[in-house]
Design a protein around this ligand. Structure first.
Ligand SMILES: *Cc1c(COP(=O)(O)O)cnc(C)c1O
Length: 426
């Protein structure tokens, strides 16, 4: 009796070269498949590797800012050239990493100065470390929250070296509560921190001090806005703010009301790359820039370049140049027309009205009118297997491909993915 000899690891790896994966990865895959006694399984293992790679996907979830999908969509072209990331082209001397994107963002929101770091959490950490290390920071008990992804205000505060001074109650905190905390010498309060209720709401018997009230306590008021709506009036949108933005506070308005510094993310309602921004008085921003943590939290040229594009678009009042805003304000009947056309071309599904959400830890109860292609049954896995992968959602046993966060140029990919679904079921 003869048994078939397993192929050599090297031969099996080379037979998978058309996948485009580097040879050492294919050797690993071949070795695993042969070790498991299933050489023919190597192709599936290689495919699993390919699917693990970072790649474009279509966000048909109806969540405009989906954290698992990278939040705001950004397009940024950059050649392999050097850039003046820290060079002053006038003097030839060392420049500031904050002279381009940050300086433009400060102008776009009416701040004296601004600073860009790696993300929103880093912005809060740096601000507290620079202003209040070893001292007290007063925070309302209604805002000692977790924003998600293990960002907890008390923990970030502790990491900054500041001491938490809890003020008021969960549902009601007034200006007098802060004033009493500040009067207590032992608390040594260096600043008041207000945290925007990004991803939760407190309803019923509630009361909270306004920004303007907290700004007159005699210590700097720091506001962690998170979502980064630059200006509540949305001057970059032809029709002003859409109804779902409702009472979302703007960075500009928060500074105007007296906040000394505001922190927000680059990739939420700002519509840029992952980044954190501190905007405020020149003195506070300079204190942050001088702090030793700054070196550990600073962004790279790629991020600063993408953020500069966004800042320039805001200064031009050109919301159309910011992919997030372009998608956010497409008229719902336009989305409905596209959904009907996709369903008709694919011969699968029907166009239905849908409710999208801002997501990304912003506006917890807001809904954005939208339209979707509805297909009976749960097809999420099959849609994820499409190229490019389509990420949809299921509601009441129906798969919904929501178009609110889909660029029109991707509609053909949705048609292909839906056709493949139909073909697989035949
Ligand atoms: C999102 C958010 C953060 C964290 O920002 P990241 O950019 O995710 O690090 C902090 N505070 C608030 C209020 C937020 O909404």
């Amino acid at each position: 009796m003869t048994t078939e000899r397993p192929p050599s690891v090297d031969a099996l790896a080379r037979s998978l070269a058309s996948t485009g994966l580097p040879h050492p990865l294919l050797v690993e895959v071949a070795r695993a498949a042969i070790g498991a006694g299933d050489p023919s399984g190597a192709a599936a293992l290689a495919e699993a590797w390919q699917r693990r790679l970072l790649q474009p996907v279509i966000n048909a979830t109806g969540v405009l800012l989906h954290t698992n999908l990278g939040r705001a969509p950004v397009a940024h072209e950059q050649g392999a050239s050097a850039s003046n990331v820290e060079l002053d082209l006038d003097t030839g001397g060392r420049g500031s990493r904050q002279a381009h994107a940050a300086a433009l963002l400060a102008r776009a929101c009416g701040a004296e100065a601004a600073l860009v770091v790696n993300n929103g959490a880093a912005a809060v950490l740096l601000l507290l470390a620079a202003l209040a290390s070893g001292r007290g920071v007063a925070v309302s008990r209604g805002e000692l929250v977790e924003i998600g992804g293990s960002f907890r205000i008390p923990d970030v505060l502790a990491q900054s070296g500041a001491r938490l001074v809890e003020v008021g109650t969960t549902n009601r905190t007034r200006r007098e509560d802060f004033a009493a905390a500040l009067d207590d010498r032992r608390s040594d309060v260096a600043a008041v921190l207000a945290v925007h209720r990004s991803n939760y709401a407190i309803t019923g018997f509630t009361e909270a001090a306004t920004t303007a009230e907290l700004a007159t306590l005699g210590v700097p008021l720091l506001v962690d806005l998170g979502s980064g709506l630059l200006d509540a009036a949305c001057p970059w949108l032809a029709d002003g703010p859409p109804p779902w933005l409702r009472d979302e506070p703007g960075v500009r308005q928060t500074l105007e009301a007296g906040a000394a510094a505001v922190t927000f993310s680059g990739d939420k309602l700002l519509g840029g790359p992952q980044a954190g921004i501190i905007a405020g008085t020149a003195e506070i921003v300079a204190a942050c820039a001088r702090h030793p943590l700054m070196r550990a939290l600073r962004p790279g040229g790629l991020v600063l370049g993408a953020l500069q594009d966004v800042a320039l678009a805001y200064l031009r009042r050109d919301g159309d140049a910011i992919p997030l805003w372009r998608r956010a304000v497409v008229p719902t009947d336009e989305l409905h027309r596209r959904a009907a056309s996709i369903a008709a071309s694919a011969g699968v599904g029907t166009a239905v009205a849908s409710a999208a959400v801002p997501g990304g830890g912003t506006l917890p109860s807001a809904e954005i009118p939208s339209a979707a292609v509805a297909v009976p049954g749960d097809h999420l896995a099959a849609l994820r297997a499409a190229i490019p992968p389509v990420i949809a959602r299921v509601a009441d046993g129906t798969t919904l491909l929501d178009l609110r966060a889909v660029d029109e140029s991707d509609d053909d990919h949705l048609v292909d993915a839906l056709r493949a679904l139909a073909a697989a079921e035949r």
